[in-house]
Each structure stands twice: as structure tokens, then as C-alpha cells.
Design a protein around this ligand. Sequence first.
Ligand code: SF4
Length: 364
Amino acid sequence: MRWQGQKLGDVDDAALPGLENRAGVLRTVTTPEFAGMTFHEVLSKSALNHVPGASRMPFAWTINPYRGCSHACVYCFARGTHEYLDLDGGSDFDSQIVVKVNVVEVLQRELRRGSWEHETVALGTNTDPYQRAEGRYKLMPGIIETLAASGTPISILTKGTLIRRDIPLLVKAAQRVPVDVQMSIAMYDDELQKAIEPGTPSTQARLDTVRALTDAGFRVTVFLMPIMPHMTDSVEAIDTALRRIKEAGAARVIYGALHLRAGVKPWFMQWLGEFRPDLVSSYRGLYPGVSAEAPKGYRQWLAKRARPLIRLHGLDGQHEDDYPVRGTWSGTSSTRPARPSGVGGGPVRPVTSSASASTQPMLF
Ligand code: SF4
């Protein structure tokens, strides 16, 4: 495997931006504390990634301190991106984690540039910033402090309960800039959650994290995504999910059906064949060939089912298809926050009422 046999000084034209020069690779680490995982520590040339204008994601800038994700969600969008690193999108994605150990220093340098316009920076759009590796590397505190000190609004989407460690920092940051926090919680059946998201904290632990964030003053959005056809799309399943989300104190919910991009489909179908072989032909029908999205008819059916339940539970809700496009989301065009979010004096104000809805994340 190329990452373990690499030579320092090699230049890799196929690598992701910022990782082309293997002189930036410091070392490969395994430790008993993280059994089964390998961390590839790299020096990255860039911290901020510019999102192409054509992307559905309305944020113009993202930071991904890690590549690969120990949360190991079978359906993860980002699996295919690991192949750019000459690693596979299956177990390598779950266990071979690239760590940009200098991300904070590089970010500080990038934000000092006169050309930086203080647009919102999103974390958690590709891989989870609060995955297990963050417990070892502790990159997020520096990222949060650096963004806040520079007057840059922050948006975080995660499945990681480790975010609780940083709540005091996030509260402090929210006194300077808008801070939008979103938890991804899609599975409310413990057996299914363990099978399909084997590296994630439990559903209840994530709901408890929503409560902790809410109690700290944040208006939290829960991503109820992906909803799995024939597994989690019954009225009873959606109703249970929404009830628990509401009880946890979340204000909003964004929901949507499973996507299966090319890079993840073979891994997902292999898993489905083992876990629910009875559904394989049905999923082949819903996601034929290269189709990544569930059919429009299914998505509309799902929206019709979910909307009244969302209203019933008194939540703000939005279907993922209703994300605003780039430029219609005010957070991306502001140069400075209109007014800082308040903590202590009142609830933390989200970037806009649709800010989290506007995220087109990889993280679900
Ligand atoms: S969906 Fe998110 S949390 Fe799950 S493996 Fe992918 S990046 Fe990690």
C-alpha cells in the first residue's frame, strides 16, 4: 500500500490539493490506544479548501483536518475520495486516517491574507472533524479559536460526541462570530445503527450531545439523513426519530433519503447483501446503474410522509432537496457577521434560519 511504502520527497501529481509533495509526510503511527487504526501524519500546504461554484454546497470554504473516517458509516459519501490517495474506499477509509497535523498553523497563515473575506467556513462536509483521531490530535480547538479570532463564521456538522469537549470554546467563539452546530443522527434502531455506522457513538449519546449543545445556548439542527428505504422510512420509524430529536432539544431537522454515489455503492451493496439480503433487489431497483439518488417519486413520497410529522413535533424541518443554492445563503456572502451570536444573554443565533439546511454535506 503506497502510503506505507512512501519515500519522503516524492511528488504525487494525483494526490489531493496540499498533499502532492510527500516531503510533507511526517510519519505513520499505530498505537494500542487506537487498535486497528493507522494515522498518516502529513504537513499540508493548505487548510482552506475552496468549493467549486458549481457545487450544490453553498459554503465557499471548508476545512478537512482528516481524510478517512473511523466512524465507518457504510453509506458514507466520502469513501470514493480515499481512492485519490491510493487507498481503498472500504476498510482503508475506516482505518487509514490522514491527519493534517499542521492545519492550525497553515490556517492562521491563510486567514492573515488581506484577500480573506471572512466567508463562513464549514467543517464536517467531507469527513468528520470529531472522529476518534481528534481525541489524539486535538486539532479542532485551534481551528475554532483561529477562525473566531479572525472574525470568520463557523459551521460544524458531526456525528462525534467529542464536540462536547469543545463546547466552552464554541460558546466563546459564538460571542465573536456566528457558530452553527449540526448533529447527524439518522438511525434510531440500535441494532441497525451498530451495523451501518459501526464506529459512531450511539444514537442516545449523540442525542445527549444535542441536549448539551442546546443547554449551552446553541440552536442545534439534526440531520435525519440518510433515511433508508424499507428500513427507516415507516411512519413509526420517522415519528420515533422526530420525537427523540425534539426531546433532545433540537430546533430543526433536515431529512433526506439515502444517496449512493459510485464510490460507495459497491461497499454498501456488499453490506446490504449480508445484513438485509431480502432488500438487495429492491435497492438495485431504486439505485440502478450509476444513479446516486433515490428516484424523485420516492423523495416526494418521503417528503409527504415526513412533513406532517415534523409539524406534529413542533420542529422546523426541511427536505434536503430544498437546500438554497450558493449565493442565496446570506452566510456565504457576508464579510463579517452582522452581529455576533450571543451566549449568556440569550440563545446563540444561527447564521441564518436556513444556514444548516444549506449544507450539502458528505456527512450522513
Ligand atoms: S458519513 Fe460522516 S461520520 Fe460517517 S464515515 Fe462518513 S464522514 Fe465519517
